[in-house]
Ligand binder design. Structure first.
Ligand code: ATP
Length: 247
């Protein structure tokens, strides 16, 4: 479904991604782990066109996308759930969701589908239905995360990019969100690229994983293998981290 080949991305002089390659098969959950500043968000932003790569190739469903505008990339079927949720705080829950579907308002058939997609999102996150008239800025952190995921789903993506969905959330809410991510992959066949600081939980859910270190992809493999890998255990699943994550 997706092939990233040797991309290089810069912020001015900062070489944030160095010859990074990655691929995704349809329906997979793939997680990207790495320390702070490793380049995980940059990789998602290069994929979605927000921070375009300077060289290398990104092919999505056979189409080269590395020089396309973000809106074209959304239209092709890639939606991003940004780090820190970034919901439109002064707007209601339902208006946030409708904005996620803006591309589908251009045709009558698309408009007819929006309601169905909204129903699907409300079924995944019933609390959003209860809160649909409420301003997004007044939701709890977990509810805002659900809204951010719901908004991305309104575009009907084939590939969902999730940037640190568990950040700042209580373990129970994180579990609830992870269950939904799993069901999106299993039931709706949505492909998921998941950036997570909670590496253990992410690897438990994922089919495969990649490890990014200071802009370079240093390791890839089946999630179960990475969980057992000594270097991964030491750097990302260390005892101290294990205790924090499993609290
Ligand atoms: P975190 O887990 O802290 O979010 P990350 O792995 O997502 O980290 P990125 O945010 O992609 O890392 O950052 C990769 C590198 O690019 C870092 O060295 C960072 O300082 C740098 N960087 C990120 N955004 C910018 C920017 N807007 N301008 C300049 N440098 C940036």
């Amino acid at each position: 479904m997706l092939k990233i080949k040797n991309i290089n991305t810069y912020y001015g002089q900062v070489h944030a991604l160095k010859n990074v390659s990655l691929h995704l098969l349809e329906g997979e959950i793939v997680t990207l782990i790495g320390a702070n500043g490793a380049g995980k968000t940059t990789l998602l932003n290069s994929l979605s066109g927000i921070v375009p790569s300077k060289s290398g190739e990104i092919i999505f469903a056979g189409v080269p996308i590395s020089s396309l505008a973000p809106s074209r990339i959304v239209k092709l079927g890639i939606s991003q759930v940004p780090e820190g949720r970034q919901v439109f705080k002064p707007l209601s829950v339902e208006d946030n969701l409708e904005l996620g579907a803006y591309l589908h308002y251009r045709t009558a058939a698309g408009r007819a589908e929006v309601k169905k997609t909204g129903d699907m999102v409300y079924a995944l996150f019933p609390i959003l239905w209860e809160r649909r008239k409420q301003l997004a800025g007044t939701l709890s952190g977990g509810e805002q995360q659900m809204l951010s995921i719901g908004r991305a789903l309104m575009a009907k993506p084939k590939l969902l990019l999730l940037d640190e969905p568990s950040m700042g959330l209580a373990p129970m809410i994180t579990q609830e969100i992870f269950k939904v991510i799993e069901s999106l992959s299993q039931e709706k066949k949505t492909t998921v690229l998941l950036v997570e600081q909670n590496a253990r939980a992410a690897l438990k859910m994922a089919n495969r994983g990649y490890v990014l270190e200071t802009g370079k992809m240093i390791l890839e493999g089946a999630a179960a293998e990475l969980l057992e890998n000594n270097d991964v255990q030491r750097a990302y699943l260390g005892k101290d981290k294990k205790e924090i994550w499993e609290r």
